[in-house]
Design a binder for this molecule. Sequence first.
Ligand SMILES: NC(=O)C1=CN([C@@H]2O[C@H](COP(=O)(O)OP(=O)(O)OC[C@H]3O[C@@H](n4cnc5c(N)ncnc54)[C@H](OP(=O)(O)O)[C@@H]3O)[C@@H](O)[C@H]2O)C=CC1
Ligand SMILES: N[C@@H](CC=O)C(=O)O
Length: 371
Amino acid sequence: MSASVAEALHASPARARGSAAVEAPAVHLALLGTGTVGSAVLERLSAWQSTGFAEGLTLAHVANSRRSISRPGGVALRQVADALAASPCPSRLDDVAGRLGGSGRRIVIDATASAEVAARHADWLQDGLHVVTACKLARGTGLAAWRAVETACAAGQTEYGDSATVGAGLPLLRSIRALRAGGDRVTAIAGVLSGSLAWLFNHYDGLRPFSGFVRQARDAGFTEPDPREDLSGEDVRRKLLILARAAGFELEQDTVRVTSLVPDAMAALGRSDVDAALPQLDVPLRERFAAAYKNGEKLRFVARLEDGAARVGLESLPADHPLAGGAGTDNKVAIWSDRYDEQPLVIQGPGAGAGVTAAGMLDDVLRIAAG
Ligand SMILES: NC(=O)C1=CN([C@@H]2O[C@H](COP(=O)(O)OP(=O)(O)OC[C@H]3O[C@@H](n4cnc5c(N)ncnc54)[C@H](OP(=O)(O)O)[C@@H]3O)[C@@H](O)[C@H]2O)C=CC1
Ligand SMILES: N[C@@H](CC=O)C(=O)O
């Protein structure tokens, strides 16, 4: 079988999605980033080839930070790594729109952690390209960038698929938007928003060095490419800002109070020196763990939005506290609104990992493709 997604889906199109036999519009995809998350996107698209699930989708362009490949009829999904390595074409963000062609629905899938790519989102949206992203940098940093995305979607009549930016695709943003669409005011949010920090504090036992667990979380693909993004609380700040803004609180990033776990000396290092410096975390975290353990409590990295004020940091919680539960990379988020004013709506599930993140992104692709 040809490796293009388009051919895959032409096998048993509308039936696979349970819809009427209507010709699906052409949808051209560009995937930026073939690392942990991007590779999982490719794997999921490949798996769909044998099911005919995603009829009409054609992956026309793939790029990492160095090279790109473009095939108007569809890239061979199982050979992307080899094709990229052999490609003479450089990766240029200026080329992306052109490589998607001029007709049909066009979707850029951003599976990078690149500020340079995030800075293009608004332009693409304004120019009629939809964007699906796991990267939090356009929506979870400065308020001006968040507003630029909103404005560009309206101007370009395009959609921004951001499900995977918080909770790796758990129905968090979707639920907040549904509450507001139903007339509710969201009044407060509290939760564990980092999958890697959840995993770390679910596994750390105060005996073995914390740094060893950080390396395991990084190698499992749960952390950001630079794990200091997680340990400093910056990644959680971005997620809380994305949730808060979706809930109607247009907060500036410096209004979120963030308590970092990263010592100043480690924060100042270049990225290549971070691994060797991870043991700097061991003593302070052992002391925090011992103090919590003595009180029968558990450490959890918690984000809170209360009375319009936001804060993020490590908390020692009673073992039976609702946010102390969960396993693995579980995110657990409580949302209070007009209808959930005493008992919050609680959403829990794996909040990091390539597979769940790619699935969340491709849910957005399918929704946008369906129009
Ligand atoms: N891991 C997880 O559980 C989750 C991750 N995310 C988000 O997913 C994103 C990706 O994370 P992850 O896959 O772990 O990161 P990786 O570092 O594994 O991969 C990043 C990829 O982006 C590529 N890239 C960088 N700059 C560009 C560019 N200008 N054009 C095209 N490609 C580029 C890199 O290219 P090269 O190979 O050449 O370096 C690499 O392939 C991040 O924003 C992260 O926050 C979101 C939810 C969960
Ligand atoms: N590094 C992030 C991955 C998902 O956004 C996390 O740990 O939650």
